[in-house]
Design a protein around this ligand. Structure first.
Ligand SMILES: [Zn+2]
Length: 425
């Protein structure tokens, strides 16, 4: 069997894996969207030819978004009733037309069995005699920046050719492509987060001042519980309005001398909850001293930015129950390379580098261009914490996002040539 289509990114596959569907589930790594079926027993030279022709089409196609918002089905076939997630994307229909034209012109055979293109991800095959009713789900969307040709006799993974979408006959730099597919921090009104942080700081200090000042705080829950309104009106990456997260401040026992020893994010009955953990071994008098000044405020804000990014992001299992400041007991390299963590750290590092760059404006000899970016990264505590764990690919994604955020914030750091970042930070 050979076909050409889109693979489903692992974090989106994880979301699909949690849908309640009847029947035998498709393995997560096999989730895909077929664009053209090339045939059942396709010789390797025909698969290769299809890949070459598709390559030409991909160079004329910009990266785009697809989304899904309904679980549906098709009429029963040999394997039962296919349970599917319908895919919406005008650009995907256009891409299919482009491919049809290119295949026709080059005499590459493909199936013309289905008159109308109904893009979908097959989630499962159910042993049912009738199709279940369609069911709406919270919309999910994800970027498509490559098409994939699969060819093989058994299954379809004998050969896999990934072809990047480039978007025009003129050469488009990787930076531009990255910008189109979201190599930027997830949008957030950080000004409002700052204002809210002052309220959080004030509440924490108010509660701590009521406790015996010189006894260790001990392990406590819900010292402060409050709503976090600063994201109100914002959309998640799934284009849903965000539900107002609740902040719960408690304490945890960790061998550390910091006042704040952890932060985490989870959903409780579908409701986003952000936890901040104070150091249980420290007495309130110490915590009050450490958290009442500007650096204390910034520390709280930094943790909130990370967890609020999770609240706006695609929910994956790995985001749950992870203590972000102290990922004990888990594989650290895996934790730091989780796509949602990369985006949360990108947000924090963008914030730290922008604040550094703001300060530089007032320096006697302000740095600018590549040097400003490099200096800002060297001074970023979060960058120094995560860099040693990141894979080369995630390093590239994170640095592109930070670079883009600095440009968006109005800093003149040069054109789109960010390659210097990889050599010297
Ligand atoms: Zn995190």
């Amino acid at each position: 069997m050979a076909f050409i289509g889109l693979s489903v990114p692992p974090e989106v596959g994880a979301v699909h894996g949690r849908f309640d569907v009847p029947g035998k589930r498709s393995p997560r790594e096999e989730l895909h969207v077929t664009v053209h079926h090339l045939g059942k027993d396709v010789p390797i030279d025909q698969v290769a030819k299809a890949a070459i022709v598709a390559f030409g089409a991909a160079r004329r196609t910009f990266p785009f978004q697809v989304s899904t918002r309904v679980i549906s089905s098709f009429d029963p076939g040999d394997d039962g009733v296919p349970i599917i997630a319908r895919i919406e994307s005008p650009e995907l229909h256009k891409l299919r037309q482009t491919l049809s034209g290119a295949f026709d012109a080059a005499a590459v055979e493909y199936s013309k069995k289905f008159k109308t293109f109904q893009p979908h991800v097959t989630l499962a095959y159910a042993d049912l005699t009738e199709r279940p009713v369609d069911r709406p789900i919270a919309p999910i969307s994800w970027p498509v920046n490559e098409i994939v040709v699969w060819g093989g006799d058994q299954g379809s993974n004998y050969i896999v050719v990934k072809i990047p979408l480039e978007g025009g006959p003129e050469s488009v730099t990787a930076m531009k492509v990255a910008a189109r597919v979201g190599a930027r921090p997830i949008p957030m009104d950080v000004g409002r987060v700052t204002t809210e942080t002052f309220n959080v700081q004030r509440e924490i200090l108010r509660v701590l001042k009521k406790l015996p000042p010189d006894e260790p705080l001990g392990v406590r829950k819900n010292l402060v519980v409050m709503k976090l309104d600063s994201l109100e009106g914002q959309r998640t990456v799934r284009h849903e309005s965000i539900k107002t997260p609740v902040l719960s401040v408690g304490s945890a026992q960790v061998s550390s001398t910091s006042p704040l020893v952890g932060a985490s994010y989870d959903l409780q009955a579908g409701h986003p909850v952000i936890h901040l953990d104070l150091n249980s071994r420290m007495p309130p008098s110490f915590l009050i001293g450490a958290l009442s000044d500007r650096s204390g405020m910034l520390e709280i804000r930094n943790k909130l930015l990370h967890e609020m990014t999770h609240a706006l992001d695609v929910q994956t299992e790995s985001t749950y129950h992870t203590n972000d400041s102290d990922p004990y007991g888990i594989d650290k390299d895996r934790y730091y390379n989780d796509p949602t963590e990369v985006r949360a750290f990108m947000r924090q590092i963008a914030d730290e580098t922008i604040r550094y760059a703001e300060k530089q404006k007032r320096a006697p000899v302000p740095a600018s261009g590549p040097k400003l970016v490099q200096d800002a990264l060297r001074k970023s505590p979060v960058w120094n914490q995560v860099r040693k764990h990141l894979s080369p690919k995630n390093t590239a994604i994170l640095l592109k996002g930070v670079y883009r955020a600095l440009q968006d914030a109005g800093f003149d750091i040069g054109g789109d040539d960010y390659a210097f970042l990889f050599s010297d930070v």
